[in-house]
Design a protein around this ligand. Sequence first.
Ligand code: IPM
Ligand code: MG
Length: 365
Amino acid sequence: MGTYTIVVLPGDGIGPEVTEQAVRVLHEIGERYGHTFQSHQALVGVSAIEAEGQAISDATMQLCQKSDAILFGAIGGIPRYEGSSSQERPERALLRLRKELELFANLRPIRPFKALLNASSIKQEVLQGTDLLVVRELTGGLYFGKPSEIRETPQGLEAVDTLLYTEREIDRIVRVAFELARGRRKKITSVDKANVLSSSRLWRHIAERVASEYPDVTIDHLLVDTCAMQLVRNPTGFDVIVTENMFGDILTDEAAMLTGSMGMLPSASLGTRRTAHGLFGLYEPIHGSAPDIAGQGKANPIAAILTVAMLLRHSFGLEQEATTIEAAVERVIEAGYRTEDLKEAGKEVIGTQEMGKLIVDAMAA
Ligand code: IPM
Ligand code: MG
């Protein structure tokens, strides 16, 4: 039993609808197990720009800093903010949170549910047994390197982004991957583009150096293009993948589709700061804000709900509570209920709220 402070940042598009179901599950767990989850809601993204002039205000940043964990919905993807001008962009909220809270390790587990093997566009026999974890570096590389700008020259416009990694940044993320691999099948694939990029050659060098401290874990190096191919050719060949920020962004959208829908995958962003309860972290579904279906009540809340399970496990050490949520999700899927994104012949299509309710009910079973 304990009291935990959680900042809830629903964000844009379908963010608020799916987060509402996630919070519902969180409070159900609180009641069932006797924990007090104090949740504070704040604005990020488009709603924050419109109400507070910034994608995330300093006050919200402070609220986050003082909390035990953050539950994040989705952000961005709103066409009127997609221009090339320097106006505030909603995505900046997420990037600021990651950078200022030093959440450098992004964990994205990919394990398709058995009952959903059919929902993927990849053949069942290829998918069967897939259980991989992508450890994505989250506070370096192209996302944060300076300069990053579009500028005028006498010959016309030009643009630059900077891919910078320090030895320290690579070392600490690779170490996270090795530690996690020890609790799994002890196999690491470090993904880079060392045949072209200097940053990747440093990455490979540091990865090898860290590997020498973990003789019980095997390491392979794979070029990112080959990795993209192997993920659909032989996904069961992977255990832990560790890679830099942009490669991780791209590969995890691809890997997500192994589970049938982007609407199924949670993620955790961790650093080294500890709270009274464990490791501080930010938790978010991998999917985006899906503005095309926002407000229609048909978004899949499962990724957001599984995100709560990750939060309880990694930030509060509440393993049994996390497993209760995951088992409830599995039960509902096995019973044949599907949201629109997972539509299959013979299965019942239900909405966001109904899915949330069924999962809450299944937790009692
Ligand atoms: C993700 C998202 C973000 C990213 C966007 C919304 C900035 O795609 O978390 O994968 O690129 O990191
Ligand atoms: Mg992404």
